[in-house]
Design a protein around this ligand. Sequence first.
Ligand SMILES: [Zn+2]
Length: 150
Amino acid sequence: MTGQTARTASLCACGGMAVRRVNQFVLQDELWWDSEFSCGSCDTHLCEHAGPGPAPDHVREALLAAHGPARLRLAGAVPSPVPALKVLREVTAASLSRARDLVGELSRDGLVGTLPEMEFLMVRLRARGVPVDIDGPPCPGAASGATGPS
Ligand SMILES: [Zn+2]
């Protein structure tokens, strides 16, 4: 299962420039994220977070900036939207009306998020018989995911 990592610069309490490293990955059938902070100036190394659940915006933004978004699309006709609705409600804790919107997006332009998020959704949707595929980034870990096929 694919995981993603991003590093961002962060100011340490000592005044030095520190590095925050964030990861998002699937572990034991759950979507996890973690965050580590390390400062070379004062030798601080902290694990700020490690656990399952939706990643906060700053983590998602760092991953999206580093790797580009992935898009999850319906890959075929589904007889009923109910299985997809169930999965989306479970995974995103969305209301029923929000889940309906998400299923609508899935069947039109696709849902966009980080690659681990979309892979996590894809596995669950496929397990319920919903055919889905992920579009790009073309190569996981590619430094500049913005280049299309030429
Ligand atoms: Zn420091």
